[in-house]
Design a protein around this ligand. Structure first.
Ligand SMILES: Cc1cc2nc3c(=O)[nH]c(=O)nc-3n(C[C@H](O)[C@H](O)[C@H](O)COP(=O)(O)OP(=O)(O)OC[C@H]3O[C@@H](n4cnc5c(N)ncnc54)[C@H](O)[C@@H]3O)c2cc1C
Length: 417
């Protein structure tokens, strides 16, 4: 028999995962209290817009911020601008900054990630910006007016989207990236070259294979120094060099942490009654057969739902194939899969026209795929990834072959390691 549903659920972190869990608790019939605690002053909103329409000035804040009225309807007590200092598992309470304690019967940690800082001289100068929240997006847009010179440090997804938005706003953009091509870590060199071409065609001055050694200026950033000794004059800098999970609330507790809060398929941590979901959680994925920490919106929303199910005594498991999208200029990029090493890349479509799906194969099985302006193919690839199916590379590459037919023909392989 499953444990009774907790009467008071406290959720720390009012973003995609926290919001999704709170709503799912109510929709699942939870009648006890739901208290959502969030450090940011804004109600939960869709962060992906911050580097896209909102940064380009095309979306109003109301389009980004989910309406607060959802919460009174669901009777969710939302306390914003409130930071949780630590979790006290023995007392079944969280302690807020300032000392107030809030007791819980069930606790969900949905504290997400924080931006990694670049540890170089001058990183604290005015005009050295990063992007994680509404205020950050507002600061970048205000600084990057037409004709300003912006340096983007790091051409991962955030850096690429910011570079595209800044070009849209009319700023000059110089991008500094230590790897050989943008997005190389996730997408590999072949697809990264396509993204490189996309940015160059839109006027981004890409400095690849180059790192930053310092920011200089009198109070405000005036130039970026590279490790090769180049000085790049600029009016602003946007740093996008990755994130780290926000796990400090469980420091010193028995909640196990290893690059994120470790949870099982049902979002349960090592401490009974405490769950974690979203970017902060490193979950055991039944299809991958290992722990993954996924930093995508869809994953956060789904895990929030699974956490709510677990709290209500349900048996939902989180086994979705990781998926995300990115918009840069006229290109929609979608990725699905497990970011595992691969030994063969099969391309279906045209790299030159930036309309293709590139399948990453290991030992004949599709482990991931990236599609540019080809979202339908990507959706049809997800079942192939889930099945661990061995596929015929020639048929995979043939745009005339319906990807769905490959699943029925493919002998499925042994389970993933
Ligand atoms: C600019 C940008 C663009 C993105 N674009 C995409 C995209 O195109 N596609 C995609 O799939 N994903 C994208 N993402 C990622 C996506 O937004 C995240 O995966 C998603 O927001 C994760 O939700 P979350 O609830 O787990 O954590 P977060 O959104 O990180 O939220 C965690 C919340 O917890 C709060 N918090 C942390 N610690 C405490 C504490 N101690 N007390 C109280 N509150 C606390 C934080 O302030 C924050 O509000 C983007 C992210 C950013 C920043």
């Amino acid at each position: 028999m499953s444990a009774p549903a907790p009467s008071r659920v406290v959720i720390v972190g009012a973003s995609a995962a926290g919001r999704s869990a709170a709503v799912a608790l109510r929709e699942g019939g939870h009648e006890g209290e739901v208290i959502l605690l969030g450090e940011e002053p804004d109600p939960p909103y869709d962060r992906p817009q911050l580097s896209k329409e909102y940064l380009r000035g095309h979306a109003a804040l109301d389009d980004v911020i989910r309406p607060l009225r959802l919460f009174p309807e669901h009777a969710i007590e939302t306390r914003l601008g409130v930071r949780v200092r630590r979790v006290l598992p023995d007392e079944q309470a969280v302690e807020l900054e300032g000392g107030e304690r809030v007791g819980y019967d069930g606790l969900l940690l949905a504290t997400g990630v924080r931006n990694r800082r670049l540890r170089v001289p001058g990183a604290e100068l005015e005009g050295v910006l990063d992007l994680r929240d509404v205020a950050g997006s507002d600061r970048i847009r205000a600084a990057a007016t037409r004709g300003r010179r912006a340096v983007v440090v790091g051409m991962g997804f955030i850096g690429c989207e910011v570079a595209a938005a800044l070009r849209h706003l009319g700023a000059e953009v110089i991008a500094v990236e230590p790897l050989a091509v943008p997005l190389e870590r996730g997408l590999g060199e072949t697809v990264g070259r396509v993204v490189e071409g996309l940015h160059r065609d839109h006027g981004v001055d890409l400095r690849l294979g180059e790192g930053v050694s310092a920011f200089e200026g009198a109070g405000r950033v005036e130039r970026v120094m590279t490790r090769d000794g180049a000085a790049i004059d600029c009016d602003l800098v946007v740093v996008g060099v990755g994130v780290e999970p926000a796990v400090e609330t469980v420091a010193g507790t028995a909640v196990e942490v290893d690059d994120g809060i470790l949870v099982d398929e049902r979002c349960r941590t090592s401490v009974p009654g405490i769950l974690a979901a979203g970017d902060v959680a490193r979950h055991h994925h039944p299809v991958a057969g290992r722990h993954l920490r996924v930093e995508h919106w869809q994953n956060a929303v789904q895990q929030g739902k699974v956490a709510a199910s677990t709290m209500l005594g349900g048996d939902a498991v989180h086994d979705e194939i990781p998926w995300f999208w990115s918009d840069q200029y006229d290109c929609n990029i979608q990725y699905a899969g497990f970011a595992e090493p691969w030994d063969r890349l099969v391309v279906r479509g045209s790299l030159e026209e930036r309309r293709f799906t590139a399948f990453q194969l290991r030992e004949g099985r599709v482990v991931a795929a990236v599609a540019i302006n080809q979202g339908r193919d990507l959706r049809r690839t997800v079942p192939l990834i889930r099945a661990g199916a061995v596929v015929d590379p020639e048929r995979l590459a043939d745009p005339g072959v319906d990807l769905r037919s490959l699943l029925t023909q493919a002998p499925s392989g042994p389970p993933r390691a």
